[in-house]
Design a protein around this ligand. Structure first.
Ligand code: ADP
Length: 255
């Protein structure tokens, strides 16, 4: 049984192929064409695992670009896919925070990995990976380097929530001689604060799983732990959780 799960995100397209317990994963930039990204991921996953198109039983696609992928057996929301992925990785978890490129979500799940409730911020870039990418750019860094430079002891206060104003604010802080590390710590606090407030409004129970590309940022993880007062677990495959969930949903349906 071969199941492929694709998560065609705003920034990155992720794919997971599962074949009898073996997992293969790939990621490419979504770029300008979600459809091409989906096709390329399927071809790359098949090549890597040594299979042909006709061997595949199911292709479940999620993410903002999911409707563009013509080979999809079905499309499923990211919320359901993250829920399914986390239920597999951490059966004890009931609350998920997912921060991707263009939105952040809090998802409550039951013991079967079914979605009970969710909250989402998709109206503006504040509290998303895009916000951190814009700020990293203004600081002359790659988004993957932010956590390495942060100065937690002397976090600067970032007052602007809006990405455009926050970018001007940090340019102003740099001009005043505030060090990059303090600004970065302030940015992580700002993201953690905003997303934790959304999680508290929905209600959290026990530990929290943190998924999406932003979960790779240790500074945001720490800030969430500080704000929520509980452990935040980051799967090794945090950016692939949605694609993993999609592949597992494909197996559930075929089984
Ligand atoms: P989407 O599904 O919308 O494409 P992802 O879940 O793939 O989003 O996350 C993309 C975001 O992850 C980027 O906007 C960026 O902020 C963050 N990111 C990507 N790589 C890294 C990294 N190595 N370290 C920290 N953050 C990262």
């Amino acid at each position: 049984m071969i199941s492929i799960g694709l998560d065609i995100g705003s920034v990155a397209a992720k794919g997971v192929l599962i074949q009898e317990g073996r997992h293969y994963q790939m990621m490419i930039p979504t770029s300008w064409s979600p459809r091409t990204a989906g096709e390329q991921l399927i071809d790359d996953l098949l090549q890597r695992s040594g299979h042909q198109h006709h061997d595949v039983h199911s292709i479940v696609v999620t993410g903002y670009g999911r409707v563009a992928v013509l080979e999809a057996s079905r499309t499923v929301t990211e919320i359901k896919c993250h829920a399914r992925g986390v239920a597999e990785l951490y059966p004890q978890i009931r609350t998920i925070i997912d921060i991707g490129g263009q939105d952040s979500k809090v998802i409550q799940i039951d013991s079967q990995g079914r979605v009970v409730d969710f909250a989402m911020n998709d109206k503006c870039a504040a509290g998303t990976g895009r916000f951190l990418q814009v700020m990293a750019n203004a600081l002359g860094l790659d988004v993957s380097e932010l956590a390495d430079y942060e100065n937690v002891e002397q976090a600067a206060t970032i007052n602007s929530m809006c990405t455009v104003f926050a970018e001007s604010e940090i340019i102003g802080l740099l001009a005043q001689g505030v060090d990059k590390g303090s600004i970065i710590a302030g940015l992580h606090l700002s993201v953690g604060n905003r997303v934790a407030a959304m999680a508290r409004r929905l209600g959290i129970s026990g530990e929290v799983a943190f998924t999406g590309g932003v979960a790779m940022n240790q500074g945001v993880k720490r800030s969430l732990e500080q704000e929520l007062g509980c452990a935040v677990l980051v799967p090794e495959v945090c950016q692939f959780t949605g694609a993993l969930g999609a592949a597992l949903i494909g197996l559930d349906v075929v089984a």
